[in-house]
Design a protein around this ligand. Structure first.
Ligand code: GZL
Length: 325
């Protein structure tokens, strides 16, 4: 059967899937420019939900047929989704890998099928990288550096001679967890005031952020000077635990977070968080532009990093605009 017929069948199948509730998105009114299969890793945070919404909105805007599957935090679901995209013979596959390892086989299958693959948000480890056309996402190492640079300035302004830091990390072996930690640790390494007392894994989840903070407070209590949390969700889970323990977040403990969602920015404005490093989830435009170029056989950038800023108690936080996620 010709490739073109296959694609028409795939579009019909996809529209059928969409109408039976596989996805909530409307299809473009005219024939889609191309068929994009996207495996989203889950719905663990406001960031992730904002990322999904942006990709859906931009697919509609660009007239691109989108098969979006949510893997509910399971790598095996992402691998199965990619295999379904290959079977439907989509024009482009994109996914946000929940962890960096374990993708070589399925990506080699996509390559054998002649379907280009784009990474959104997170990366895959070295050996699998050869199958990737483009990575669209934040410079997580820089986010860790920005967080540490803020802390160094804050310690200077407070005249601190010693700074005990606890770290609540994101999903183990994920790109943001590995690189935010590396950027932060490398930046404080030469500052003799800084001590990282313990790092615990909060898996980017609010509930786990609360659990981690309870453990850290029980273990170190008032010896904690700084909480460095890899995402807002875990930070927002940790804050009530700090208050329940009798401490004032933002005053008794310096709170540093990453993502920049509306809820965390509102808490920053209340003074309970000291610094939020932005990590924009709005990657949909770059994804659609890249998919169209790949469909047209054009060359694409191997990496696209959005420009991101730092929101902290060093600026007039009342001027921070609505975040949209
Ligand atoms: C970062 C993204 C992370 C966010 C978390 O780009 O991978 O995953 O920081 C999300 O909120 O869970």
């Amino acid at each position: 059967m010709m490739r073109g017929q296959l694609k028409r069948i795939a579009c019909i199948l996809m529209i059928a899937l969409l109408t039976v509730g596989c996805s909530s998105r409307q299809e473009p009114q005219s024939e889609p420019k191309l068929l994009l299969g996207f495996s989203q890793l889950g719905s663990e945070s406001a960031w992730r939900i904002g990322n999904t919404r942006d990709i859906e909105d931009q697919a509609s805007k660009f007239g691109i047929g989108l098969m979006l599957e949510n893997a509910n935090q399971k790598q095996e679901n992402q691998i199965a989704a990619i295999r379904r995209f290959i079977a439907y013979n989509v024009d482009v596959i994109a996914f946000s890998p929940i962890v960096e390892e374990g993708w070589d086989y399925v990506l080699s299958e996509a390559e054998s099928a002649g379907i280009p693959v784009v990474l959104v948000d997170r990366d895959v480890s070295g050996s699998a990288r050869k199958y990737i056309k483009c990575l669209i996402g934040a410079d997580f190492y820089k986010e860790g550096v920005l967080a540490a640079e803020y802390l160094i300035r804050k310690a200077d302004s407070m005249g601190l001679s010693h700074v005990n830091i606890v770290e609540i990390t994101g999903t183990e072996n994920s790109t943001p967890m590995r690189q935010r930690q590396a950027g932060f640790m490398d930046t404080i390494a030469s500052d003799k005031r800084m001590t990282v007392t313990e790092s615990v894994n909060g898996d980017f989840l609010k509930s786990r952020g609360a659990e981690c903070m309870r453990y850290l407070l029980d273990t170190y209590g008032r010896d904690i000077d700084v909480v460095f949390s890899h995402n807002d969700e875990m930070t927002l889970g940790a804050l009530p635990e700090i208050e329940n323990a009798g401490f004032v977040p933002g005053k008794d403990m310096i709170i540093i977070s990453i993502d920049g969602g509306q809820e965390a920015i509102d808490v920053l404005k209340e003074g309970k968080i000291n610094c939020v490093v932005e990590c924009t989830p709005k990657l949909g435009t770059e994804l659609m532009e890249t998919a169209i170029k790949l469909k047209n056989g054009e060359t694409v950038d191997t990496e696209i990093h959005p420009v991101e800023e730092v929101f902290s108690d060093e600026i007039d936080v009342s001027q921070i605009k609505e975040r949209g996620y």
